[in-house]
Design a binder for this molecule. Structure first.
Ligand code: B1M
Length: 213
């Protein structure tokens, strides 16, 4: 099968919530020499983008979105190693999570994979993480950075409390934020050190910032 055909079928697998197909297509793609990055950006993410569009136009509802997300998560597991290839020497320790009230974790998982690939030790707190948990883990584990993801306009505001609590607790590391509704302007407003638009940018920018410090 050509790479283009794999990408197209991957998009359909996510769109139709076909988990097994998505996994098999990724396995076959990797075996055929297709880069994990391309399986992600030209297949899986395009499918998920269309899921979002259909959700907005009310062609899709939560059950369809959930099965699409599951197909994507399982496929991500297959390409995880390829995405995180060539880990460098350890460059720092990052505590990552999706903020309070927010259950979206696909983007956050992608950031965790890219951070691992960039040579970070990643402590993943999962979803719906309270400010207190971000702060206590960052301090206890002597993290070099805290990374937060939010996908909802109603939850991104919770990032500010985490930043404020970290500063109050004299956390000396960096804070990086991202997620679909998050912007550079918002990052500046809440006093985060770094904003990243996508997962690989997040890993690269954080690495550069820590190495410059
Ligand atoms: Co939700 N959802 N959802 N959803 N969902 C969105 C986000 C939405 C835009 C859909 C829409 O209306 N078109 C909308 C938000 C509207 C808004 O606030 N502006 C929405 C809504 C409304 C909701 C509910 C409220 C729906 C409801 O119940 N009525 C509900 C909320 C639940 C909650 O969190 N409390 C809900 C639920 C869900 C599911 C559970 C069904 C499921 C999530 C499953 C899961 O994550 N395990 C889901 C999904 C899948 C989506 C869409 C379709 C896809 C999100 C996704 O995974 N994208 C989404 C529409 C869309 O985005 N197209 C939508 C792929 C992922 C790789 O992208 O997470 O953006 P993303 O990550 C990107 C960048 O943002 C960035 O890197 C990644 C790319 O490399 N990034 C970072 C992310 N975090 C970063 C952190 C960084 C740096 C970069 O540094 C730390």
């Amino acid at each position: 099968m050509s790479s283009e055909a794999i990408f197209e079928q991957l998009r359909d697998a996510v769109l139709n919530g076909k988990r097994k197909d998505a996994v098999k297509l990724c396995e076959d793609g990797l075996k055929a020499g297709v880069a994990g990055k391309d399986l992600l950006t030209r297949g899986l993410l395009v499918g998920m983008e269309e899921v979002g569009r259909r959700m907005r136009s009310e062609e899709y509802f939560i059950p369809e979105v959930l099965v699409g997300a599951r197909a994507m998560q399982s496929a991500l597991e297959v390409i995880r190693e390829d995405l995180a290839q060539n880990p460098a020497a350890q460059v720092g320790r990052v505590v990552i999570g999706t903020v309070s009230g927010d259950l979206h974790d696909i983007g956050k998982n992608l950031v965790a994979i890219m951070l691992t690939g960039a040579g970070f030790e990643v402590i993943d707190l999962g979803i719906d993480v309270t400010p207190a948990r971000f702060v206590s883990t960052a301090l206890e584990r002597k993290a070099d950075a805290v990374a937060m993801s939010a996908l909802l306009t109603t939850t991104m505001v919770n990032m500010k409390e985490v930043v404020d609590e970290l500063r109050k607790a004299h956390f000396e590391g960096k804070v990086v934020i991202g997620g679909a509704p998050v912007t550079q302007e918002f990052a500046d407003k809440i006093g985060a050190d770094l904003y990243a638009g996508d997962a690989s940018e997040g890993a690269e920018k954080l690495k550069a910032l820590l190495q410059a410090a």
